[in-house]
Design a protein around this ligand. Structure first.
Ligand code: AR6
Length: 169
């Protein structure tokens, strides 16, 4: 069974097997968690992302999917890049957000990762309401069978931490 844990802090500082990146489909970097991971992890991550774009993901990584690269200089071994949906009132995109967590866990299992750190995917630039983002994250991880021993949610800002804490307790 996968244990869920909660940490307030910076995902780039986590000593886990894999950290999940809230990327965009270009895989070529951005702000938020994505910017922090590339900055701290160094150029090897971007080099592998470019290789993915030159190969299997020529048109980018589709929303809801996940793919792994090296973690470069991060304390983790791998970065699992996933693309969350941008929030909109016009359409319910929550299945795509749930898919980010399921796909990332599947990739983590393929890597034989034991501990995996997740940020609050889509809860920043992509505008997802925190309570909804936390509900989907926690429920999906709980409902997804995986060999991963620990899923650590790493929340940067106190409001995000509180939203996840309310779901986990
Ligand atoms: N560690 C943990 N959480 C963080 C960190 C960090 N170092 N930095 C920010 N957060 P976001 P998204 C929190 O915007 O909404 C990028 O430009 C942040 O407070 O990183 O999925 C990509 O390239 C928020 O709660 O991801 C995409 O274009 C959460 O992480 C787009 O943003 C997610 O915020 C993706 O947007």
């Amino acid at each position: 069974m996968t244990a869920l844990t909660l940490v307030r802090g910076d995902i780039t500082e986590q000593s886990v097997d894999a950290v999940v990146n809230a990327a965009n489909s270009s895989l070529l970097g951005g702000g938020g968690v994505d910017g922090a991971i590339h900055r701290r992890g160094g150029p090897d991550i971007l080099a592998e992302c470019r290789a993915l774009r030159a190969g299997r993901y020529g048109e980018g990584l589709p929303t809801g999917e996940a793919v792994a690269t090296t973690a470069g200089r991060l304390p983790a071994r791998w970065v699992i890049h996933t693309v969350g949906p941008a929030h909109t009132e016009d359409e319910d995109r929550s299945p795509l957000l749930a898919s980010c967590y399921r796909s990332s866990l599947r990739v983590a299992d393929e890597l034989d990762a034991h501990a995996v750190a997740f940020p609050a995917v889509s809860a920043g630039v992509y505008g997802w309401p925190l309570d909804e983002a936390a509900r989907i994250a926690v429920d999906t991880v709980r409902q997804t069978p995986a060999r991963v021993a620990e899923v650590r949610f790493v929340l940067f800002d106190p409001r995000a931490y509180d939203a996840f804490a309310a779901r986990i307790d």
